[in-house]
Design a protein around this ligand. Structure first.
Ligand code: SF4
Length: 491
């Protein structure tokens, strides 16, 4: 069995994943990938998934061994940000051409590219990504990386997750495997301490982890490594000396958390920094784990004092929004950890949840939603664009929170929409992030544009034209037929 096949098999055999544990032996072997629906968007490839997980490591040079187009997956597809180095934002690729493939020049070109990056940028590490083309022609990136590491005295890390290996989620897992095999544990820190933690699966989108870190600083907790958001190579290389870990996104990095616990005895829990009570609970869980691992128990009391102060400040700031948003109905079309953490956060200020998508949620995520909502009738796996449009145009929700892909459905249904996925512009983590989220929802719902766009246009409903001309309003809802046009009956 090739090393990649062995890695894929290992990635799917994840004992910490409830979904996986619930399967029989045969389906477990088949893994989590679902066959794609013809005509449906396929999502990212495994290379895309690996790059998503690793690219936010900011001082590393990310070198894509491929024809130029694979590097279309550049840093700005997601809103992760750095507090220092900018090297991660430079696109490096071996830019293989047809001639290189025919002449078998791939490995040579890769080695030369590594040498050029080393001499020009002197990064602490270079991550080399394999892709479909270089996997198909059989370039041995592991051997090239090994040779380059010896020759240049620099960490050159092979990321063996070619696009054809599988889905984006598989790529996430293969990226975690690469960190475990080649990075974590390779550097011994000078100053390990009893308050060192790792945060796993936190991407620092819109800089939101910077709203949480000051809280940890005040408690004297040091983030040894945040993987991957705003991370530095050496921090990740020495992450094995942390005393405890919090896993923010289990879909992506649960195997990393579980294996770090097994190898280096770093206990972890899954938590969220979205919402007031979830942030408080995450802080409590973190300090409890640290105390269990030998930290002074006085930190428990200091944590409760900090939580009480911060909650009081946040609730005071939220008070002015409570009346404006009480009873407003939100449709959440996101998934993963946000499917429950944001639900909980919004219910805390009296917002009603009319639906939450659980398409990318784990079994644990779904259990949490049931606990928060007290039932599962508002959970849906996925909703077709047509159904989503119908729901919004019938005003069964006052706002939809989702990613960019579905924004135009909301806008066509003349319904407020807020981006809460990776391209979002505002940080929503921690106490201040919750206030920001509520502020953005309030701004979106009460934007005066909605009352204006919902008015019939003067040319749509002139009495003398009714019945004589086809409804132009239906024409503007171009993807949908007359039944989907919510205002057809008004004209
Ligand atoms: S790795 Fe393969 S599937 Fe992914 S972008 Fe490159 S060619 Fe496309």
């Amino acid at each position: 069995m090739s090393s990649l096949s062995a890695k894929i098999k290992d990635a799917f055999d994840e004992p910490a994943c409830d979904k996986n544990r619930g399967k029989d032996a045969k389906p477990r072997k088949e893994g989590c990938s679902k066959s794609l629906t013809p005509g449906a968007a396929a999502g990212g490839c495994a290379f895309d998934g690996a790059k998503i997980v690793l690219q936010p490591i900011t001082d590393v040079a990310h070198l894509v061994h491929a024809p130029l187009a694979c590097e279309g997956n550049s840093w700005d597809n997601r809103g992760a940000v750095s507090s220092g180095p900018t090297l991660w934002r430079t696109s490096f690729t071996t830019d293989l051409t047809e001639l290189d493939l025919v002449m078998g020049q791939g490995e040579r070109k890769l080695f030369k590219a590594i040498r050029e990056i080393k001499h020009t940028y002197a990064p602490p590490a270079i991550f080399v990504y394999s892709t479909c083309v270089t996997a198909l022609i059989g370039d041995d990136i592991e051997a090239v990386c090994k040779r380059a590491t010896e020759k240049f005295g620099l960490a050159v890390v092979p990321i063996n997750a070619p696009g054809l290996a599988g889905s984006k989620n598989l790529g996430n897992k293969l990226a975690a495997e690469a960190l475990l095999d080649h990075v974590i544990g390779t550097v011994e820190p000078d100053d390990p301490g009893p308050y060192d933690i790792n945060i796993l699966g936190e991407f620092n989108l819109s800089g939101e982890f910077w709203l949480v870190k000051p809280l940890l600083d005040r408690l004297g907790i040091r983030v040894r490594a945040c993987i991957p958001g705003d991370a530095r190579y050496r921090d990740i290389a020495s992450a094995h000396r942390a005393r405890a870990a919090m896993m923010v996104c289990s879909t992506a990095l649960i195997s990393l958390a579980r294996k770090m616990e097994e190898r280096w005895d770093i206990p972890f829990f899954e938590g969220s920094f979205y919402g007031i009570s979830d942030t408080s609970q995450a802080l409590r869980n973190l300090v409890r784990l640290l105390v269990r691992k030998g930290a002074d128990p006085e930190i428990l009391e200091r944590t409760e004092t900090l939580i009480a102060q911060q909650e009081a400040i946040a609730w005071k700031k939220l008070e002015s929004y409570r009346q404006r948003l009480q009873g407003k109905r939100v449709l959440l079309n996101t998934g993963g950890v946000k499917s429950w953490s944001v639900v909980h956060a919004l219910m805390e200020i009296g917002i009603e949840i009319v639906g939450t998508s659980v398409k990318k949620s784990t079994v644990q995520d779904k259990e949490r939603i049931k606990q928060v909502l007290k039932h599962d009738k508002h959970m849906f796996e996925s909703m077709a664009a047509r159904e989503l449009y119908a729901m919004l145009s019938e005003h069964r929700a006052d706002i939809m929170l989702s990613g960019g892909r579905t924004q135009f459905i909301a806008l066509k249904a003349k319904t407020p929409w807020l981006d809460i996925n990776q391209e979002r512009q505002h940080p929503y983590a921690g106490y201040d992030g919750m206030v920001e989220l509520v502020r953005q929802i309030d701004l979106a719902i009460h934007n005066p544009i909605w009352s204006q766009v919902r008015q019939p246009a003067p040319w749509d409903c002139q009495p003398d034209l009714i019945g004589e001309l086809p409804c132009t309003r239906n024409e503007t809802a171009y993807l949908f037929d007359e039944f989907a046009c919510a205002t057809a009956h008004e004209c």
